[in-house]
Design a protein around this ligand. Structure first.
Ligand code: GAL
Length: 405
């Protein structure tokens, strides 16, 4: 095959285009570094095509999701876009927006390359509609080592009570808001990590499959603990993206941040070395997972080029290049640990033995409508702290958007 020079001077893809527009929200830091790693492999493996970066920055993904929704509605899809495995992917499948990739799975030998559970999360009605790029872990507590040392904290807390005690120590040592927090889905993540500790993995899973009620006393107790946790966070949280909260940690104004492991890549990309990590206190050996995957939307202008992109995403070389920079681990089971930073090597080991639970804000546990309802209930709670109102709103969201009995 001959490498092709872009045949059009326009940046817009069109009929007969060689460009493959890849739509993500990975515009900066470790996320951009991960994408760049994948693009490097695409350039070699798909020299007939040209990568067109369709990343939409800002709002940590929420801007991108809005733009994507309106483009899909106007029948103007990008050639491919990122979508989370699980319920979020089903949204697009049920709306008939994606092409079936089952034939490509057979052709590229992907069917046995990924764990069976993940394949199940990507399959609807016996067909498979996307190629996973990674597995991220959501329930990680990042820390600033110097701030912890100054407050005399030498060990990671393993229970919620131990965590409250450490947060109190930090406050006493003059760290006014030791737990850095952002808005929207970042608050959902913190609440879910706490729920995993309070309910245990089985009951936590039950919140999403309908077997655990949102109305019980255990949930009330968890919301009360969450309310207490918020008292250790920055008051301006509702104006902060996850990267603004991360900056508080880097600047030593906070000691901790609960965030997915894209934070490892982002701290590395920003050159901040003084960080530690642990599983969120009380989560034990639970791995709260999410997976980014890429799709072939119906009506994509360059379906052949997109298939080449998807083949790269699913390849062992593509997954190594992407995940070494993205903070996540390969979804494929045959990629070795060589070349991965220490954090990911530890996550790769954990993934093999841990109990897996999904994430609602990152699509593996719930559809986007449900996520939106939880998000607004928590946003309201962030300003009014009304425990009963939050519990009622969460229960109605589950009744409206959760599995029907
Ligand atoms: C998640 C996505 C991750 C990371 C994160 C923060 O939804 O799966 O790859 O990008 O958002 O932007």
């Amino acid at each position: 095959m001959f490498a092709t020079v872009a045949c059009s001077s326009s940046e817009e893809p069109g009929e007969g285009t060689k460009k493959v527009e890849v739509f993500t929200w990975w515009a900066d830091g470790g996320e951009k570094a991960g994408l760049d790693g994948l693009v490097g492999v695409f350039k070699t493996d798909c020299a007939d095509y040209e990568f067109l970066n369709g990343a939409v920055a800002g709002g940590a993904g929420s801007n991108a999701k809005q733009v994507l929704a309106s483009r899909l509605q106007q029948n103007d899809p990008p050639d491919t876009f990122q979508a989370h495995a699980g319920a979020e992917l089903s949204d697009y499948i049920n709306d008939d927006q994606l092409e079936d990739l089952s034939a490509q799975y057979t052709e590229w030998g992907l069917t046995n390359a990924f764990p069976k559970g993940l394949i199940d999360n990507l399959t609807v009605g016996g067909k498979i509609y996307s190629v996973p790029a990674n597995i991220h872990r959501a329930n990680v507590l990042w820390s600033n080592k110097t701030v912890l040392a100054k407050a005399g904290i030498t060990k990671d807390a393993t229970t919620i009570d131990g965590f409250f005690a450490d947060l109190d120590k930090l406050k006493a040592a003059g760290v006014a808001a030791p737990l850095a927090l952002g808005k929207d889905w970042t608050q959902q993540m913190l609440f879910e990590a706490l729920l995993i500790s309070k309910l245990g993995p089985e009951k936590f899973n039950g919140l999403w499959n309908g077997s655990t009620p949102w109305t019980g006393a255990e949930m009330t107790a968890a919301i009360n603990d969450y309310k207490r946790l918020l008292t250790y966070t920055n008051k301006d949280r509702d104006t902060f993206d996850w990267t603004d909260a991360e900056k508080l940690l880097m600047d030593g104004k906070a000691a901790y941040q609960l965030m997915g492991d894209w934070e490892a890549a982002d701290l590395d990309a920003k050159g901040f070395k003084d960080y530690g990590w642990s599983v969120f206190p009380g989560n034990g050996n639970v791995f709260q997972w999410l997976a980014d995957s890429f799709v072939l939307p119906k009506g994509a202008k360059n379906a052949d080029g997109t298939k080449c992109w998807l083949k790269t995403v699913g390849s062992a070389t593509g997954q190594a290049a992407f995940n070494q920079k993205k903070g996540s681990i390969p979804a494929r089971t045959d990629v070795g640990t060589d070349g991965f930073p220490a954090y990911q090597q530890a996550a790769m080991a954990d993934w093999k033995t841990a109990t897996q639970v999904p994430s609602c804000p990152h699509g593996s546990a719930c559809a986007q409508t449900w996520q939106g309802a939880v998000g607004s209930a928590q946003g309201k709670f962030s300003s009014d702290g009304d425990v009963a109102a939050l519990q009622t709103a969460l229960a109605s969201a589950a009744a409206e958007f959760g599995p029907k009995k």
